[in-house]
Design a protein around this ligand. Sequence first.
Ligand code: UDP
Length: 353
Amino acid sequence: MKLLFVSTPVGPLGSGLGGGVELSLYNAAQEMLRRGHQLQVIAPVGSRNDLPVVQIPGNLQPIAQDQERIDPITMPENSLLANMWDYARQVQDQCDLIVNFAYDWLPFYLTPFFRCPIAHLVSMGSLSNALDQIIKQIVRQFPDTVAFRTKTQADTFAIEQQCTYLSNGIDLSLYNFCPISKQQLAWLGRISPEKGLEDAVAASQITNIPLKIMGKIQDDSYWEKIRQDYPNAPIEYLGFLSTNKLQEILRESRALLMTHRWVEAFGNVIIESLACGVPVISYSRGGPAEIVQDGKTGFLVEPDSVPGLVEAIARLDEIDRHTCRHQAETKYSVQALGDRFEKWFYQILKMRS
Ligand code: UDP
């Protein structure tokens, strides 16, 4: 296939601003190239260049999590999102399929105007009425072209038709299994209110087990408030790390804490943790509840319950770290991801031929 992947307009690929979408796109692109497909990626200026990327200029799109549900769609002057799709429009006849990774209204709206079919991978749960409406319209008009990460995520959109679910996958060779842990916990992700970092910090303070925090600070005032509220918690912020550095710290941890306040669509960091043999203690909310096997590869805890986190930390000896790695190997390899994507792409092309 000749594929064109369109990245998120909230930040360059590799910056961390795009969250899990960046790794998802990167892994899917690498695997499609390895399988012999032709591929080009459209991404913002400043993106990592170890993929065939066309870098597009323009002003970044505001992130969806900062908007209210009833807010109108926002488009900045010299919109990067619009510029990316203008480029896609110009090259569409050289592609079999365009794949949209952005959580934005415009690519859905543009879909009927393109000659080339467009597949959409929705990366977050429902946040905006306007976006919900256009997603539903495209699901009705072009069945099978819209995929979600997990059923729980798709359910937030109340879509009546049968949906496609594409759980993520990672290159397992990049994550080393570590059978023995240090006395430390890990927290990974964008530092932003919907990720609930303060609960992991509270659990670290109560148990007095050091917490290693890794990820992009997306909201400075939120991070400052956590530091002020928990001045004595044994936490250490290590910055936004590369996959290699991240797994070096993660794999030595007793557990990953996943303390999200929103319906997390999937949670890449969960499968990265399992790949290292590290159990995941997660709030039982959103996609993570479909991934973590309670009592086997981690614990699912009542959402927003710090005592629940503390109780689960006390039970970590019950988890066999080999079982965690095994779950990642059987379900979340990059090959499994490639199989899921290819099947979806061929299905869309069959429907359109
Ligand atoms: N991540 C990273 N370096 C860090 C911390 C996180 O590269 O120091 C990446 C991590 O590999 C994952 C992403 O950030 O791919 C977070 O994705 P997730 O799906 O967990 O959450 P999202 O940000 O999409 O809500």
